[in-house]
Structure formats: structure tokens, C-alpha cells
Write a protein that binds this ligand. Structure first.
Ligand code: GDP
Length: 434
């Protein structure tokens, strides 16, 4: 999907516009306990356009001076987006900070659409003329609070969407990514997997996004490590900001089948690890937990078990994810990873036989009677798999309201026991039989 980034100095109304464009879609997705939601990155739709959008204003750069923060946010937008919406405030006119932003964007050569916000009524339209001075062509008057002008603005942005959005890999190519906080060892692990010398990932400005992946072959199978360049690119101040690394992870997750959540054994589990892993789960990707730097800690026979308990307690929603302990540095056990990736990827795409599935569900019902509410008992008529990646099941019932979370969970466990599915989330929806 093409990516739009919203940039602009503080208080021009970036978040309002972001929320308007994203609408309520964000809150619809599955509620995962323990996963808090950063609304800086989301998907949006406008007519036939489907895109992702970033509110760079939501990326907290820390204690940098004001101008420096804006500068870094603009650079994130330049790094990440296909089109930039440059937001200004029609009530305040062109300010010095707007001019600073303009200068940075000007140099980037990315397409920029200039939006003048807070133009709440037609009489105010005259105020947009000053904004031609910023040098980005026609300014688009909008009103975040009244929801005006957004259609025209997005139409204009969509004109700049790339025709080609990343490479299409063949279906049998396993696409995986490594996500995790900075310095957990993602790049080192990529190197270990690829063999140091073979990876020369060019990150030349202007190269298309497809250049950031690392395709390779192993034992006759094809793999692509998604967003290798994003892992390698280092040194910019904002790279270490929390929300920026979440943003990068989101982008990689979206394009992967299998996500390796990399943890650092030395540092244990942090809140941000949970957040990032939560996104992979919600996106329905296969997930493997990798505990790296296993060489760096003192171990006895209980260490692994203790670690596993901690991980399970922190990542309740990832109970299906296998855990691998390894060292990217010494390469100890890095060879164990690929078979686990293969398996998770296979499970992610399993299609089960409908008759066997129904037997499993009926056995489950016989073992644990369906719940009742106000004298009504849940009746399950039929179950069918409607999708893969992740495996998704629809249970046809008399009343979907009666299919409580706990019973759904029970069915999920029975289905898992019967078919495997290690490494992949599965989804179950109740639907009323017509
Ligand atoms: P990234 O930011 O997640 O890509 O992390 P890097 O791969 O750049 O690694 C960060 C630091 O951790 C570097 O100094 C690595 O040498 C070190 N490191 C990576 N993997 C291991 C490991 O398995 N064991 C030890 N002891 N250090 C590691």
C-alpha cells in the first residue's frame, strides 16, 4: 500500500486530520489485552484508494529543541512516505516554522501536497493565497474540525501514488521480517542467516522500496527477509525513538508472512517488545519469538525455563508462538531458526478438511456443552474455514452473541490440538445461520 505522511509544525491540526482520514476503523480491530494503541500509523481509504497514513507529529522525538523535532519528523516522513501532506494553519498564515519545514521537504524530492487547515468556511478561502509562497503549488483548503476539503486533498495525494508498490514475490517464497527494539540484534541475526558477505544491501537514495528486501535461497527453498535495509540503516537520532521503531516494525509486518519478534536476553522483556509483538499478532501474521544474545548471560539448567515462563506471562496473546534461544554473535543455534520459520509459514497457510473440522468441533461440543444465556443455548450448526494466512474459521450458529470469548477460546484450543497450527494465530467468527 502507498504511504502518506502528514507533516507540519505543532498545532496545525495534524492529529485531527489523521483521525478524520482514518475514521473509526482503528477501534474495530481485535482488542488484545496488554496492547496499547499508538495512533500514529493506520490504514485509510478514499474512494478506490487504499493507503497507509502516518501522523509524524505523533512521533515523540524527546527533548530536542522545537525546530529540531520538526526537522526530524519531516525526515521521517521523507524516509517513509510516498506522498507527503504538508499541513499549515490558515488562521495563522505562513510562519517561520512552516518555512523551515518547506525547506526540508523541498530538498527531498518527494511529492508534497500542501494543505491549509482551519479554513472552516468559504469566506476564509482568500487566506490560502499566502501559502503559494511556500513553493508547493496550489494550496488545498481544508477544515479538520468540519471535515471539509479532505476529498480533494486525498485525490491530489493519490495522483502521486506509485504505480508499483513493492515487488510481488511468488507464493511459495517465504517472506519474513525481524522486528524488535533497537540493539536487540536484528541486523546481526540477518547477517548470521545470510552469511556476512553475501548481503550487500544498497540503500541509495531514490532506489525503490523493493531494494530493501534480501531474497535468498536455503536448502533449495526461497526466502525474502523483508526490510533488511530498515534494520541496517542506523545513526539518525530518531531511529532510536520508540514510536519510530514501532512504525518501521509495522511496515515490515504488513509485508511479511512470518514475523520474528527479537528479544534481548540481557535486557529481558520491555513494554515496547509487547507492543511490537501485539501488532504482529493483530495483523494475523505467523509469529516466532527469538531470544537473542543467549551467549551473553549466565545460565544454569533453569534459565531457559525461567525465561520461557516470563515470556509466556508477558505475551499471553502469543501462546502459539514458538520460542527460539540463540546467539547471532556466536551463531549458536541460528540454524534452528529456519525449520521453525518453514513450519510456522506452512501452518499459517493450512487449509483443513471441512468434514474433519466439523468432527473436531462436534467432539468439542460433546465434551464441553455450549453456553447459555437467558435460557438460550448456543447451537453450532456448521464450521468452515474461510481463509488462510491466518487460518480463519466461521462457525454458523443460532445466535453469534452467545458465542462468548471463552467458548471461542475453547474451540480454538480444540482446533489447535487437532490440526497443529503452531506459530500461527487462528481466527474464529460466529455467524448466524440464515
Ligand atoms: P539491531 O539494532 O536490532 O539491528 O541490533 P544489532 O544487530 O545492530 O546489534 C546491536 C548490538 O548487539 C551490536 O553491538 C551487536 O554486536 C550486539 N549483538 C547482536 N547479537 C548479539 C548476540 O547474539 N550476542 C551478543 N553478546 N551480542 C550481540
Amino acid at each position: 500500500k502507498p504511504v502518506i505522511a502528514i507533516v507540519g509544525r505543532p498545532n496545525v491540526g495534524k492529529s485531527t486530520i489523521f483521525n478524520r482520514i482514518v475514521g473509526e476503523r482503528v477501534s474495530i480491530v481485535e482488542d488484545v489485552p496488554g496492547v496499547t494503541r499508538d495512533r500514529i500509523y493506520s490504514s485509510g481509504e478514499w474512494l478506490t484508494h487504499d493507503f497507509n497514513i502516518i501522523d509524524t507529529g505523533g512521533i515523540d522525538i524527546g527533548d530536542e529543541p522545537f525546530l529540531e523535532q520538526i526537522r526530524q519528523q519531516a525526515e521521517i516522513a521523507i524516509d517513509e512516505a510516498d506522498v507527503i501532506i504538508f499541513m499549515t494553519n490558515g488562521r495563522e498564515g505562513v510562519t517561520a516554522a512552516d518555512e523551515e519545514v518547506a525547506k526540508i521537504l523541498y530538498k527531498s524530492r518527494k511529492p508534497v501536497v500542501l494543505a491549509v487547515n482551519k479554513v472552516d468556511n468559504p469566506e476564509m478561502k482568500d487566506q490560502i493565497y499566502d501559502f503559494y509562497a511556500l513553493g508547493f503549488g496550489d494550496p488545498f483548503p481544508i477544515s479538520g474540525s468540519h471535515g471539509l476539503g479532505l476529498g480533494d486533498l486525498l485525490d491530489e495525494a493519490a495522483k502521486h501514488f506509485p504505480k508499483f508498490d513493492g515487488p510481488d514475490y511468488a507464493d511459495d517464497v517465504i517472506k519474513f521480517s525481524l522486528i524488535g527494539r533497537p540493539n536487540v540484534g536484528k541486523s546481526s541475526l540477518v547477517n548470521a542467516l545470510l552469511g556476512e558477505e553475501r548481503v550487500i544491501v544498497s540503500d541509495i537514495e531514490g532506489t525503490t522500496r523493493d531494494a530493501i528486501d534480501s531474497p535468498y535461497k536455503y536448502n533449495g527453498k526461497e526466502y525474502v527477509i523483508i526490510d533488511t535495509a530498515g534494520m541496517r540503516k542506523k545513526g539518525k537520532v530518531y531511529e532510536s525513538t520508540e514510536k519510530y521503531s514501532v512504525l518501521r516494525a509495522l511496515r515490515a509486518i504488513e509485508r511479511s508472512d512470518v514475523v520474528l519478534v527479537v528479544l534481548n536476553a540481557e535486557e529481558g522483556i520491555r513494554e515496547q517488545d509487547k507492543k511490537i509483538a501485539g501488532y504482529a499478532h493483530e495483523a494475523g501474521r505467523a509469529v516466532i519469538i527469538v531470544v537473542n544474545k543467549w551467549d551473553a548471560i549466565e545460565k544454569d539448567e533453569k534459565t531457559m525455563k525461567d525465561f520461557e515462563e516470563k515470556i509466556r506471562a508477558h505475551f499471553l496473546f502469543l501462546d502459539y508462538a514458538p520460542i527460539i534461544y540463540l546467539s547471532a554473535l556466536t551463531k549458536k543455534r541460528t540454524h534452528t531458526l529456519i525449520p521453525v520459520i518453514d513450519q510456522a509459514s506452512e501452518n499459517h497457510a493450512i487449509r483443513v478438511q471441512t468434514n474433519v473440522l466439523n468432527e473436531v468441533v462436534m467432539d468439542a461440543v460433546a465434551m464441553n456443552p455450549t453456553p447459555t444465556h437467558n435460557g438460550n443455548r448456543l447451537k453450532i450448526y456448521y464450521t468452515t474455514q474461510v481463509a488462510i494466512k491466518p487460518p480463519t474459521f466461521v462457525v454458523f450458529v443460532n445466535d453469534p452473541e452467545l458465542l462468548h470469548f471463552s467458548y471461542e477460546r475453547f474451540l480454538e484450543n480444540r482446533i489447535r490440538d487437532a490440526f497443529g497450527f503452531e506459530g500461527t494465530p487462528i481466527r474464529i467468527f460466529g455467524r448466524q445461520r440464515k
